[in-house]
Design a protein around this ligand. Structure first.
Ligand code: ADP
Ligand code: ZN
Length: 677
C-alpha cells in the first residue's frame, strides 16, 4: 500500500492535499475515511480520497489521526461529493466537510425539553391509487438502475401519495429513500403524512433544527435506524448507504438552488446522486422547470402525467381582472368608489360571499411592508438605501428598511433632498393590505404571513394550525403562502397584483410568474367535493394579456412551455445553452470594473487560442442590475455555450488566474445560475 494519501481537507483550498501515512496506520486507511491532518499551525478535518503513487518532491506531513467515530463514506456518495466540488468550483474539502454532522455523537440521548422532531401519530392506511397514480407508480418501478422520472401532475393530483407508494416498494426491497422538498413546504403537515404512513422509519433534516437535533437525525440515518430521510436541499449531504430512490418534490422551485458559498442546485445534485447510486430519481411538479420539461421531451427523463385532481375534485376557476380598465372607469365615474384603488369590486364581492359562507380567503401579494418606496412629489427624490442600489421600504408608519441589507432608519416626512416636499409612500405592501382589509371587513379574523410576521418555523406551524382550526378568515401573505399549503376551507384566492414579478430583468421571469400564478391558484378549493362549486381564483393585473397569466388561466403548461422555449432557443438561453455567471464584488468601483474587463479579455483570448471554446459567448462585463449591495459594487459577466464541459474548462482557466487580479475584488463563479440580478 502506498504511503502517500490524497486528502480532502476542510479548508478553502481547491484541490486535495497529499499526506504521509505513518507506519502505524498501515492497512488501516481506506478511501472515504475521516482523518485529522496538520494544516499550517492547526489540525484540520479531512477525508481520504485515495492512495497516490507519486509523491511531490517537497517534504510531507503525516496524517495525525483516524476518526473512527464515523463509518466510511459510501463510495457512490463520495464520488458524488467529488463531482459536486468539480462541477460547482468549490474546494473539495469544504464539500466533503458537509457530509458530517455539526456535533459529536451523543451516546445516551438525554430527554430533551424541546418537542420531538417528529410527533408520534397513528398509522394511516394507504388509499387505493387512482388509475393515473397507479400508472405512474408502475411506470417508475418498471425501470431498474438509474433513470430520471418527471411526474407532471396538476396541484392536488396526488403526487405525494405516489411518492409514498414508491418508497414503500423501495423499503420492501431493503433499500432506503431520500425525499427533498423546499424548506418552506417542510411543514409538520407534510412530515406527519409520511410519519403516519411509515411510523418510526422517518428522519428529518431542515434548517431550523438545533445542532444537537441535526446530529441526532444524521446518526439515525447513518446507523441505519431510519430508512427514509425527508429534508430540505442540504439533506443531500447526509450519507445514506444503500440508497434506492431519490425524490424531489416541487422540482421547479428556485429555492433548491443555494445562493451562497457552495452554489449548488439541489435538484440537479439529486439527479447526479441517483446516477452514482444507480437508482431511480423522481422529480415532481405541477409546473415543471423548463429544464426538466425539455429533458422529458427529449427522452432523457421519463414523463408521467396526471391530468386530474383525485376524487374528481375540480381545478379552480381563474378570473383575470383588468385593473387598467377599472382605473379608467373609476376616474370617469362621478361617484367615488369607496374601495381602495388596488381592490376590484369583483374581488371584494367574492370575498364577502365567501366569508358569508364561512369559507376562508387568501390574498397574495409578493411585497412586504407598507409601501415599497417613499417619494417626494415636489422634486421626485426617492429614498434609497445608502449601501444598496434599491429603494427603502416603509414599514409601519415610521420605519424605512432595506430588504437587501436590513439597513433601518426612521421615516421623516420632510424630503431630505429639496427640504420642502412631504415624502409620500408609493405602492402597496402586505402590511398596508392588512390595514385596509381590516377596515373593509371589521368582523373578519385576519392573519398576515410574510417575513416580518413569520420569523421562525414555530410561527409558521402556529399559523398553519390556526388556518386548519378555522381561527383565521382572511390570510394575507407573500410567497410564503404560495407553495404547498393545503387548507380544507380555503376556497378563494386573490392575487392582488400579479404584475409584481413581470418586469424583473431576468430571462426566467415569465417562467417564475407562470409558476407563481399556478401554484397560488392551486391553494384554492383543494377539498371541494365533486358536486360542490370549485375553488375560485381572482387575479388582478395591469397586463391581462401577459402569457404567464393567460396560459395559467387555461391551465396550459404545455402551451406556455412551447412558447417560452421558442424565446429561449433564439437566444441560446437554458435549457438550450448553458451558463456560468462570474460575479465580481468590491468596495472600489474602478477596481471591480477593471478586473471584470480583464477577465473578459482573458476569456476572449482563450477563445481564440482553443478551438473547443469556439462556440462559447462571453457576455459583458456589465454592471449587475443590482449594482450595489451592502456597500459592494457588483459587476458580472456571463459565459454561455452549448456544452457545460467546455464552459467549466474555460471558467477553471479564468479562475486559475485569480492571483493576477487585484486584492479587494472577489470573484464568484455561479454554475447554472438562477439569479442574475
Ligand atoms: P399533490 O401532492 O399532487 O398536490 P396530494 O398527494 O397532496 O397531491 O393529494 C391531494 C389530496 O388527495 C390529499 O389530501 C391526499 O390525501 C388525497 N389523495 C391522494 N391520493 C388519493 C387517492 N388515491 N384516493 C383518495 N385520496 C387521495
Ligand atoms: Zn441596503
Amino acid at each position: 500500500m502506498s504511503r502517500f494519501w490524497s486528502v480532502a481537507v476542510d479548508a478553502p483550498i481547491d484541490e486535495a492535499l497529499t499526506y504521509l501515512a505513518p507506519p502505524s496506520f498501515e492497512g488501516l486507511l481506506r478511501r472515504g475515511q475521516a482523518v485529522d491532518v496538520p494544516l499550517g499551525k492547526r489540525i484540520a478535518r479531512g477525508v481520504l480520497l485515495g492512495p497516490k503513487t507519486e509523491a511531490p518532491s517537497f517534504s510531507l506531513k503525516e496524517i495525525t489521526k483516524i476518526i473512527d467515530e464515523y463509518p466510511l463514506l459510501p463510495e457512490p456518495f463520495l464520488k458524488w461529493l467529488e463531482w459536486v466540488a468539480q462541477y460547482y468550483f468549490h474546494p473539495v474539502g469544504s464539500v466533503t466537510s458537509l457530509a458530517f454532522p455539526p456535533l459529536k455523537k451523543m451516546i445516551a440521548p438525554r430527554a430533551s425539553k424541546r418537542a420531538a422532531v417528529i410527533k408520534a401519530s397513528g398509522p394511516s392506511q394507504a388509499p387505493v391509487l387512482t388509475a393515473e397514480q397507479r400508472k405512474t407508480v408502475d411506470g417508475v418501478l418498471a425501470h431498474k438502475g438509474f433513470s430520471t422520472h418527471l411526474v407532471f401532475g396538476v396541484t392536488g393530483s396526488g403526487k405525494t401519495e405516489i411518492y409514498m407508494h414508491l418508497l414503500q416498494e423501495i423499503l420492501a426491497k431493503g433499500q432506503r429513500g431520500l425525499v427533498l422538498v423546499p424548506e418552506i413546504s417542510l411543514t409538520p403537515q407534510l412530515i406527519q403524512r409520511f410519519a403516519a404512513r411509515f411510523g418510526d422509519q422517518i428522519a428529518v433534516l431542515h434548517s431550523q433544527l438545533t445542532p444537537r437535533e441535526r446530529t441526532n437525525q444524521w446518526w439515525e440515518i447513518v446507523d441505519g435506524k431510519k430508512n427514509i430521510l425527508i429534508g430540505a436541499r442540504s439533506a443531500l449531504f447526509c450519507p445514506i448507504d444503500n440508497l434506492g430512490m431519490v425524490i424531489v418534490d416541487e422540482e421547479h422551485e428556485p429555492s433548491f438552488k443555494q445562493e451562497e458559498k457552495l452554489k449548488y442546485h439541489g435538484r440537479d445534485c439529486a439527479v447526479m446522486l441517483g446516477k452514482f447510486f444507480q437508482c431511480p430519481v423522481v422529480l415532481g411538479s405541477a409546473t415543471p422547470s423548463l429544464e426538466s420539461w425539455k429533458n422529458s421531451q427529449e427522452g432523457r427523463y421519463h414523463l408521467h402525467r396526471l391530468f386530474e385532481r383525485v376524487e374528481g375534485r375540480s381545478l379552480p376557476n381563474i378570473e383575470i381582472i383588468d385593473m387598467r380598465e377599472l382605473k379608467q372607469q373609476r376616474s370617469l365615474s362621478e361617484v367615488k368608489s369607496d374601495l381602495p384603488s388596488w381592490l376590484s369590486p369583483q374581488l371584494f364581492s367574492a370575498m364577502k360571499e365567501n366569508l358569508d359562507r364561512k369559507k376562508q380567503v387568501a390574498l397574495f401579494l409578493n411585497r412586504r411592508g407598507m409601501a415599497p418606496m417613499v417619494l417626494c412629489p415636489d422634486c421626485g427624490y426617492i429614498h434609497e438605501c445608502p449601501n444598496c442600489d434599491i429603494s427603502l421600504t416603509l414599514h409601519g408608519s415610521s420605519h424605512l428598511v432595506c430588504h437587501y441589507c436590513d439597513y433601518h432608519e426612521n421615516f421623516k416626512e420632510l424630503c431630505p433632498d429639496c427640504k420642502q416636499g412631504v415624502m409620500t409612500p408609493l405602492g402597496l405592501g402586505t402590511e398596508m393590505l392588512e390595514q385596509e382589509i381590516a377596515k373593509l371587513f371589521p368582523a373578519a379574523r385576519i392573519a398576515r404571513a410574510d417575513r416580518d410576521e413569520i420569523t421562525s418555523r414555530a410561527d409558521l406551524e402556529d399559523l398553519i394550525e390556526r388556518m386548519e382550526t378555522g381561527e383565521i378568515d382572511i390570510l394575507i401573505g407573500t410567497q410564503m403562502i404560495a407553495k404547498g399549503l393545503d387548507f380544507t376551507q380555503l376556497n378563494l384566492v386573490g392575487l392582488v397584483l400579479a404584475d409584481v414579478g413581470f418586469n424583473i430583468p431576468d430571462f426566467r421571469s415569465p417562467e417564475r410568474s407562470f409558476q407563481l400564478v399556478t401554484q397560488v391558484s392551486g391553494r384554492a378549493g383543494r377539498h371541494v367535493k365533486i358536486d360542490e362549486e370549485p375553488g375560485r381564483v381572482i387575479v388582478q393585473t395591469y397586463n391581462p394579456s401577459h402569457p404567464s397569466l393567460v396560459f395559467s388561466q387555461q391551465n396550459d403548461f404545455v402551451g406556455f412551455a412551447q412558447q417560452e422555449l421558442v424565446h429561449r432557443e433564439a437566444l441560446l438561453y437554458p435549457p438550450f445553452g448553458r451558463l456560468i455567471s462570474l460575479r465580481l464584488q468590491g468596495t472600489d468601483l474602478e477596481k471591480v470594473q477593471a478586473t471584470s474587463q480583464q477577465i473578459a479579455e482573458m476569456a476572449t483570448q482563450l477563445k481564440e487560442k482553443f478551438l473547443s471554446y469556439e462556440k462559447i459567448e462571453v457576455l459583458g462585463p456589465a454592471q449587475a442590475p443590482l449594482s450595489r449591495v451592502r456597500g459592494k459594487f457588483r459587476y458580472h459577466l456571463l459565459l454561455k455555450g452549448p456544452e457545460m464541459k467546455d464552459l467549466n474548462k474555460l471558467c477553471r482557466h479564468l479562475l486559475g488566474n485569480e492571483k493576477l487580479f487585484p486584492s479587494g475584488v472577489r470573484i464568484f463563479a455561479d454554475v447554472d445560475p438562477l439569479n442574475l440580478l
